[in-house]
Design a protein around this ligand. Structure first.
Ligand code: SUG
Length: 425
């Protein structure tokens, strides 16, 4: 019996709006405004708690050490940690802003995951993503890979890979969808890549990176598909496929303008999975702008233990008339039985909805005990995390706070007590 674990990124104490992501409308719109790291992390924990309440398995990935002094040091800044951060802030503040990003919270970008039934050696394969298109994200992978190796250390069941070379941008599971009759059945794996248009927003996923991941994971080429994201979606601000499409087991839920050639993709899916259900939302019901403004497709589509699926949508979906109307018109007999509305506004303001905040791992229930339990979360751990966040996470971060020694100290202290709580040393 297979289950899916959602590993959410615990939102880090340095969460801020530095406007670092070109092509991400929310990041650009909110650049320079004040953030609320404590509220952000509490919203994230409330989402985890909600899923646990639905009877689902929940894990976490942990915030990275910020400011990232090792990276600043490699750029030639010297002295003790505070001295080199101060020098970076003075000489090139953009570098320090990048070194302060809490972007590791969006764990859909941490890795691509092929569950055991899809791979040649019958192990679950994970490839850490290089995130090489954006500076602040390109510094995440060493710590991400370290955490993944710790969590999935048992090589009888898991194979953790280093990222593919950074010359080919890879953004992990945000540009990847797996469909199967059930999590434990052999599935089809769909990689979505972008093509760069001169002067346009960056296409962050390179086809060659996806092909490399598929090869390394030992996927059956006959059940693997590389779909091009539509240029219209990228230029409208869908910097990752998971902003315009989401899949779970036999259901694909996508905007009509998500893919360059949707018909070819749907034909492939239906040829391999005749029972697949494709819920395509037409542009005249929900425009790309409404989809991207509300993050309808950045919902978590989850199989419930009692059968049927739930769609976990961000609160913004209920504030958009077209999107809310579409949700209300979903027929009662559709695969999506329940809609849950959650508030992750602090993350949303940086372009990260419910689906961005989690990495999905489907595993056999029997394999659950070999996963490092320090990274698994239940109600009690949610209580403890909440108490810690309330005490140690900064209430607010203004743009200039990023250059202050007090902010750096607060971030280090918060992460330190978190690692103590989880007994991670
Ligand atoms: O990579 N935002 C993230 C949002 C990632 C969302 N993830 C998925 N769609 N899976 C990004 O653009 C903003 C940081 C800033 O502007 O300070 C940021 O990195």
């Amino acid at each position: 019996m297979f289950v899916e674990i959602n590993f959410d990124g615990l939102i880090g104490p340095s969460h801020n709006y530095a406007g670092l992501s070109l092509g991400n409308v929310a990041s650009a719109t909110n650049a320079g405004t004040e953030s609320a790291p404590r509220a952000a992390a509490l919203q994230g924990i409330a989402k985890m708690r909600h899923l646990i309440g639905l009877g689902l398995h929940q894990g976490i990935l942990l915030p990275h050490d910020r400011p990232e002094v090792g990276w600043l040091r490699s750029l030639g800044f010297t002295g003790d940690d505070d001295a080199l951060c101060a020098a970076a802030w003075r000489e090139d503040p953009a570098l320090l802003r990048n070194a302060m990003s809490a972007s590791a919270m969006w764990t859909a970008n941490a890795a691509t995951v092929s569950p055991a039934p899809d791979t040649a050696d019958g192990r679950c394969h994970l490839s850490a993503a290089n995130l090489s298109t954006m500076v602040h994200r390109s510094i995440e992978w060493p710590e991400t890979e370290r955490q993944l190796r710790q969590i999935f250390a048992d090589e009888r069941y898991f194979a953790v890979h280093a990222p593919v070379p950074g010359c080919f941008g890879d953004e992990g599971a945000a540009n990847f969808m797996r469909m199967a009759a059930q999590h434990g059945e052999p599935g089809v794996e769909i990689f979505v890549y972008g093509e760069q248009r001169p002067g346009g927003f960056p296409a962050r996923q390179h086809r060659r990176a996806s092909e490399a991941v598929a090869r390394r994971h030992g996927l059956d080429p006959d059940r693997t598909y590389f779909a091009r994201q539509s240029d219209a979606a990228i230029q409208a601000g869908a910097f990752h496929n998971d902003v315009v499409a989401v899949a779970n087991e036999r259901v694909l839920f996508a905007h009509a303008e998500a893919f360059a050639d949707p018909a070819a993709l749907y034909d492939f899916i239906l040829a391999k999975l005749p029972d697949a259900s494709i819920i395509e939302v037409p542009a005249d019901r929900v425009s790309l702008a409404d989809a991207i403004g509300s993050y309808l497709f950045n919902s978590q589509l989850l199989s419930l233990p009692e059968g049927g699926m739930a769609l976990i949508v961000p609160a913004e979906c209920r504030e958009n008339k077209a999107v809310s109307g579409w949700l209300d018109s979903l027929p009662g007999n559709s695969s999506i039985r329940q809609i849950h509305v959650l508030d992750v506004r602090e993350s949303m303001r940086n372009g990260g909805g419910p689906a961005c905040l989690r990495l999905r791992i489907a595993v056999d229930k029997a394999v659950l005990p070999v996963i490092d339990q320090r990274y698994m979360v239940d109600e009690r751990k949610c209580d403890a995390l909440e108490r810690l966040v309330e005490r140690y996470w900064p209430a607010r971060i203004k743009p200039d706070d990023l250059g202050m020694a007090e902010t750096w100290a607060a971030c280090r202290r918060a992460r330190g007590v978190l690692f103590d709580l989880l007994e991670l040393g």
